[in-house]
Design a protein around this ligand. Sequence first.
Ligand code: NDP
Ligand code: ZN
Length: 180
Amino acid sequence: MADYPLGQLLEAINFAAIKHSKQRRKDEDKTPYINHPIGVAYSLWKEGGVTDLATLQGAILHDTVEDTDTTLDEIEEKFGPEVRSIVDEVSDDKSLPKAERKRLQVINAPRKSKQAKLIKLADKLYNLRDLSRATPQGWTESRVQEYYQWGAQVIRGILGTNKDLEDAIEEVLRKQKLSL
Ligand code: NDP
Ligand code: ZN
């Protein structure tokens, strides 16, 4: 029972849903935050062909440590050391200023594991699509453009990880007259 893979995936979805329950995305509709990690995992499977359980669990959990009170120890206790390590790799150091965190994402992305790179690709794909769907409240056009450019920079460092996801990102960027 405890090692039933679909159960382990549902365990992660349920855990993330509880942890993110009070959070909303930055769009005007204030979409429930959990739509994002579920969408990232869905995209990994549907568009990227990824079926590795730990990667999909990592995608579901990828913003729990960064954006909620969840600790890495808690992740390890519930999901084991492999998922802990993946979530650790995709979490920014919250003690650093935001601009520094963004700079480090660009520098550190190429050194990450394949599993972490896959999640980065699907995460950026989701966020770039979200941005192209609607501008977050209060964002200026230049801030939106900055985000596209920064997202593209992170992805350039991990090209060769998954062609289908990279092509999908390229398509979103092309509409902004950007490319990888
Ligand atoms: P971001 O600007 O990085 O916000 C984007 C993040 O918000 C995404 O990575 C995503 O992260 C999350 N998100 C939630 N909802 C959406 C959505 N609808 N569309 C896209 N992303 C969404 O973070 P901060 O608000 O923390 O801003 C910090 C940085 O922004 C500063 O370092 C500065 O460089 C820049 N800035 C620029 C300004 C300008 O006018 N040019 C003004 C102010 C800040 P996740 O995957 O974790 O959910
Ligand atoms: Zn995310």
